[in-house]
Design a protein around this ligand. Structure first.
Ligand SMILES: C[S@@+](CC[C@H](N)C(=O)[O-])C[C@H]1O[C@@H](n2cnc3c(N)ncnc32)[C@H](O)[C@@H]1O
Length: 259
């Protein structure tokens, strides 16, 4: 297969495909760190060259949930996030039969589409726990190859003699002076397997995210949203003093605005 590994300068994924007999090339704005077929430049320049498979690792700086607080606090130009999303869209829409896009937990899920799979390094022989999302086109889900004990988890801490009995999962919502409810997760360190705890933890995170989104949608409407509600006959267009987001708003596109 002709494999394009986009946004890769290390050559690691490229060399894995090459070692399996594929015609693989990496591409990055940076030069490659290890000798091998590499295009140094914009991947968009070469995306139409008839690849059978593309694996892409686009930059997450302006997309990852952990970095978005800079943007929503107004400390970073929101256009950077829009540009990063448009780059991901160009990768997803590339005329390539099989595509895998990799990114941490990011707003790609809420702004473009939910990922198809979330994996962790500890499912593949590395002792790290990091939610890594995959957006797949015509590709099967990755199958874990080797489970190892992730470092820094409750089990690891337990071995160091630190007893953790519960975790609180919750979130603030920017611009309003209240946040989601806290969900308390009791931890049964002696009997529960890490995978089972992870499942409960991410179910709680999903619940918090859904609640945070609902609060955002109730409170972060823009001026055009407000004018719409006034036109619809809802008084001054506010609800409990806040403007709800109009999902068809031509101005904020139904995403609301930072307040
Ligand atoms: C998160 S890093 C991925 C690194 C990769 N995992 C590796 O092992 O090399 C994202 C990379 O995307 C590259 N990049 C950003 N925009 C690009 C573009 N338009 N075309 C090609 N590469 C791009 C950056 O230079 C950066 O090295």
């Amino acid at each position: 297969m002709r494999v394009l590994v986009a946004c890769e300068y290390s050559g690691i994924v490229r060399d894995c495909f090459a070692s399996l007999g594929h015609d693989a090339m990496s591409c990055d704005l940076l030069p490659t760190e290890s000798d091998g077929p590499h295009y140094q430049g914009n991947v968009i320049d070469i995306i139409n060259l008839g690849w059978d498979l593309m694996i892409a690792h686009p930059p997450c700086t302006y997309l990852s949930v952990s970095g978005m607080h800079w943007t929503v606090r107004g400390l970073r130009d929101p256009q950077l996030t829009e540009d990063a999303l448009n780059f991901v869209r160009s990768l997803m829409d590339a005329p390539i039969k099989r595509i895998c896009i990799e990114n941490p937990v990011s707003i790609i899920s809420s702004r473009i589409r939910k990922s198809d799979q979330v994996i962790h390094p500890y499912q593949f022989g590395h002792d790290a726990s990091k939610s890594t999302c995959l957006w797949l086109k015509n590709l099967p889900l990755l199958r874990p190859t080797q489970f190892v004990e992730p470092l820094g988890t409750w089990k690891d801490l337990d071995q160091k003699g630190v007893l953790i009995t519960a975790l609180l999962v919750g979130s603030i919502v920017e611009g309003v002076d209240y946040g989601t409810d806290d969900i308390e997760l009791e931890i049964d360190q002696l009997d529960e397997e890490p995978e089972a705890f992870n499942k409960r933890f991410y179910a709680a995170v999903d619940e918090v995210e859904a609640q945070a989104l609902s609060i955002w949608n109730d409170t972060h409407g823009c001026d055009v949203c407000q004018a719409h509600w006034v036109e619809e006959g809802f008084g001054d267009g506010t609800l409990d003093g806040a403007v709800p987001v109009w999902k068809d708003c031509p101005d904020c596109q139904g995403h609301g605005t930072v307040i």
